[in-house]
Design a binder for this molecule. Structure first.
Ligand SMILES: [Zn+2]
Ligand SMILES: [Zn+2]
Length: 182
């Protein structure tokens, strides 16, 4: 995909965020503040102070809104859903260099909460993806017992599983067994 590294990073962050949701088929991936702090650290979300229960609640709300963008039935629905999220988010573009990353743009306000930070930066990354006409790249895993989301970055938009090593491999083994039984 012709996207800069910060956009790729934001898309990976929103995928990871959405996949902590129980609505993607697993357990609650953000049951408490330690897990939220681990997410912040893993995704290198910068400038976040002490996290509170309020942050956790707000992040879960933003997470469900992002999930609705990934599972939108069509582009107009995705646009409407994303616009609703963006309209509730203060967006303040600012050039920055930090933690060894090259110059890039942050979209969250300087005093943003964690939920606002994610809504702004991931929201703008998704907005660019929609502008590029790439809404089809927002996918849900094709394995029957997995509803995890992913961004299909393959050249021919052919990826169907969230992770080829787990779901992809599992489905290939199942298909092989089914063929042998037939
Ligand atoms: Zn940054
Ligand atoms: Zn999967």
């Amino acid at each position: 995909m012709p996207f800069g590294h910060d956009m790729v990073h934001s898309l990976a962050t929103v995928v990871e965020l959405v996949n902590t949701s129980p609505s993607t088929g697993g357990d609650e991936g953000l049951p408490g503040l330690p897990e939220l702090a681990a997410f912040v650290e893993a995704r290198e979300v910068s400038g976040i102070g002490a996290l509170t229960a309020r942050d956790l609640g707000q992040v879960r709300i933003v997470r469900e809104a992002f999930h609705r963008v990934f599972t939108a039935a069509d582009q107009p629905t995705a646009v409407r859903t994303l616009n609703a999220l963006l309209s509730e988010t203060r967006i303040t573009p600012r050039l920055t260099e930090h933690d060894g990353h090259p110059l890039h743009v942050h979209y969250h306000a300087a005093d943003a909460t964690l939920a606002e930070h994610l809504a702004a930066d991931c929201g703008v990354a998704l907005a660019h993806l929609l502008v590029e006409g790439e809404v089809e790249r927002l996918r849900t895993c094709a394995a029957p017992d997995c509803d995890r989301v992913f961004v299909d970055e393959s050249r021919n938009r052919s990826r169907v599983y969230c992770d080829s090593r787990t779901c992809g491999n599992r489905m290939h083994v199942a298909a092989y067994r089914a063929r042998r039984r037939a």
